[in-house]
Design a protein around this ligand. Structure first.
Ligand code: SF4
Length: 388
């Protein structure tokens, strides 16, 4: 069911008044720099404000403008993004910065068609930049706005492309010609703070008198939840250490988690034990046999569509694998922290720990891996020792 909700001038007025009084003070709201606004809009997609703040600040310190982003190596850009997920966004930002420097003299174009052609500029980002930077009346439709409008219009069922078209038509009728950026921000803020996915605060809502779902008592069931199937994946990786250096390799340049680094390994096949999977994966990937392996740590990480359980094994190999400076390297414990890893692998890197003082014998390099257990590299041999 869709009910008409004619945009009343009172709606926008009440919304903007509420926003003026209650909006959060966020770093990207205190700047008029188009580049900084664009960075924040990309980071905020499917990520919470609290998570984004430190990333945003670090990013602007590392890449203060389009020029610095365009010139930075991809590895540095992906490392700065590590943990935010959807790594294609970081790669697209760098590519878009390169195009903007080359073709637009380092400025954002103000025409929808031109912006939309830039890497990573979908309808949301394009509308956000046009409204927030140039003050043009392009409405944004993110998850928060979608929920708010569906409730205001009492639009039952789940979101889909057809409904998005209807929502956009409504928003185009509502967005004011004056201060359209403020309207967009207010709609998003209302969705984040008041018209929340669960337990909307209708009694505090500045636009409750315009809300058809509230009137019908259906605010809790609109929109109906999306059924999302989540796949469980179990994978195993080898932590191979030689002369104090760890073997890591780069993922392909396209597809999932492209260009990030990881430890060699892969998915466990049905019926395989973890050790069997490890031996097979290292044979297939590195062309070497495992001499000995023992578990180091298991980490779990949830992505949007799958959940990964990642088992890391400390391994000794029968022979040295082939390396390739571009895709497979031995790197020191200090250097490994400069490489971009997917979140699950990054947690394993964290657990590799810092070297501890082992008295006068400098041939020993110890990394803490779990309470009481340490990886000990003596010359080229690696083994687990228990210190307690
Ligand atoms: Fe959302 Fe409730 Fe406000 Fe309607 S009245 S817009 S459901 S918070």
């Amino acid at each position: 069911m869709i009910e008409s909700s004619a945009p009343s001038p009172g709606f926008t007025k009440d919304l903007l008044r509420w926003y003026g009084r209650h909006h959060r003070n966020l770093p990207w709201r205190e700047t008029s720099d188009p580049y900084a606004i664009w960075v924040s809009e990309i980071m905020l997609q499917q990520t919470t404000v609290q998570t984004v703040i430190p990333y945003y600040e670090r990013w602007l310190a590392l890449f203060p403008d389009l020029g610095s982003l365009a010139q930075s190596p991809l590895k540095k850009v992906l490392k700065a993004w590590q943990g935010l997920g959807y790594y294609a966004r970081a790669r697209n930002m760098r590519q878009a910065a390169q195009v903007l420097i080359k073709r637009y003299d380092g400025r954002f174009p103000s025409r929808y068609e031109e912006l939309r052609k830039l890497p990573g500029f979908g309808p949301y980002t394009t509308a956000a930049v046009l409204s927030l930077v140039f003050g043009l009346p392009y409405p944004v439709l993110d998850a928060n706005v979608r929920r708010v409008v569906m409730r205001l219009a009492r639009m039952s069922g789940g979101p889909n492309t057809k409904k998005d078209k209807l929502l956009m038509e409504r928003l185009l009728g509502w967005i004011p010609r004056k201060k359209p950026g403020l309207f967009n921000q207010a709609m998003m803020e209302l969705g984040a703070l008041v018209c929340r996915p669960h337990g909307p605060l209708c009694l505090l809502c500045p636009v409750s008198s315009f809300c058809r779902a509230y009137e019908a008592g259906e605010q809790e069931v609109i929109p109906s939840p999306k059924k999302r199937s989540v796949t469980n994946i179990e994978a195993v990786v080898g932590i191979i250490c030689k002369d104090g250096k760890y073997l890591i390799q780069k993922r392909p340049s396209s597809g999932l988690l492209a260009d990030l680094w990881e430890f060699p390994g892969g998915k466990r096949d049905p019926g395989e034990t973890l050790k069997e999977a490890l031996r097979r994966e290292l044979r297939e990937e590195l062309g070497v046999e495992v001499a000995a392996a023992r578990p180091l740590i298991t980490v779990r990480h949830a992505y949007t569509r799958f959940r990964v359980k990642l088992h890391a094994y400390e391994c000794r190999l029968k022979s040295d694998p082939k390396t390739d400076p571009k895709r497979r390297r031995w790197v020191s414990l200090r250097a490994i922290r400069r490489y971009p890893f997917p979140s699950g692998s990054a947690r394993i890197v964290d657990k590799l720990g810092t070297p501890i003082n082992w008295g006068h014998n400098t041939n020993f390099r110890i990394s803490r891996i779990s309470p009481g257990n340490y990886v000990k590299n003596l010359n080229s041999e690696t083994r687990i020792v228990s210190l307690f």
